[in-house]
Write a protein that binds this ligand. Structure first.
Ligand code: NAP
Length: 284
């Protein structure tokens, strides 16, 4: 069994973005810029936003934070997005989800210029991903693919099972595995015989949001297990969707939580932002 080290892979990705950023500065005098918008006081969102800002510093980006109060109105938020769409030094716009309940996240995402939508959540970018002709890939699924690539794990011809069908993780994850010629099954809360389906997987991706949901009986010997979950166990400790201790010895590869998919999500965000910067400045 080998543990896939998301920290190491993400450090490699960030280092290559840092070098690319230097090149952009030296050759064109351009610094990529990311605007991060956070509304309200959700502690988990605050941690994610801080980590994103820290990653921007590491790779040499300009980052701007817009921290808005909980009572921000839809109009105020849309107005901010409109302003950011028009700012030349902002190449990527990220609105941290979830938004407070009174705000319509769909409308906010649709207001972002698709060329600055570095989360790849806008309908235009989602459509492009379906067609396989994309500029940006959603950060978490793309981060998973990057880990598979860096560990030379091939997808072609493999049985790939994704548990979860969210627009942010499960659905695009299935699509990216399909693009690489995996035979993909996407499971959800209405799936029958989930354990049976999962136990046929060569590559099993868990994106459920339930702590330690994937148990050893659901995993085939030698499977690759990718744990997207960021959950809290009964003691409030961060854990994944996979019962790591009992599953790990059955796997050929497994990602830990923390230190697996999480850091990759942020590294991909950095990749998307520099790509957005290049596209907006007509640089290949
Ligand atoms: P989500 O929107 O809540 O989706 C969860 C999915 O799991 C749904 O499709 C749901 O099915 C399915 N599900 C729930 N209970 C199930 C059950 N008993 N059997 C089978 N399927 C079941 O969650 P998400 O946004 O995709 O996130 C999933 C997890 O990944 C969370 O722990 C989240 O914190 C984590 N996450 C991590 C990162 C990262 O960077 N590491 C990024 C994003 C998310 P239905 O559609 O039928 O309801």
């Amino acid at each position: 069994m080998q543990i896939i080290d998301g920290k190491k892979v993400s450090a490699n990705v960030k280092e290559s973005v840092r070098l690319e950023t230097l090149e952009l500065k030296n050759n064109y005098g351009i610094t990529p810029g990311l605007a991060v918008v956070i509304v309200g006081n959700d502690p988990a969102s605050r941690v994610y936003v801080n980590n994103k800002k820290k990653a921007c510093e590491q790779v040499g980006f300009m980052s701007e934070e817009y921290a808005l109060p909980e009572e921000t109105t839809q109009e105020e938020l849309l107005e901010l997005v409109k302003t950011l769409n028009g700012k030349d030094d902002v190449n990527g716009i990220l609105v941290q989800l979830p938004l407070p309940k009174h705000l319509d996240d769909k409308a906010v995402i649709e207001a972002i210029n698709p060329k600055k939508d570095v989360d790849a959540f806008h309908a235009v970018n989602v459509g492009k991903i379906m067609l396989g002709e994309y500029d940006f890939l959603p950060c978490t699924p793309a981060g998973v693919m990057e880990m598979l690539h860096q560990y030379n794990i091939t997808v072609e011809g493999k049985n790939c099972v994704v548990i979860g069908r969210s627009n942010i993780v499960g659905k695009p994850m299935g699509m990216l595995l399909l693009h690489e010629n995996g035979t993909v099954t996407i499971c959800h809360s209405k799936t029958k015989n989930l354990a049976g389906v999962c136990s046929n997987a060569d590559i099993l991706v868990a994106a459920v949001g339930i702590p330690k949901f994937v148990t050893a009986d659901m995993v085939k010997d030698g499977a690759v297990v990718i744990d997207v979950g960021m959950d809290r166990d009964e003691n409030g400790k961060l854990c994944g969707d996979v019962d790591f201790e009992n599953v790990k010895d059955k796997c050929s590869y497994i990602t830990p939580v923390p230190g697996g998919v999480g850091p990759m999500t942020i590294a991909t965000l950095m990749k998307n932002t520099i790509k957005a910067c290049k596209i907006q400045n007509n640089i290949n």
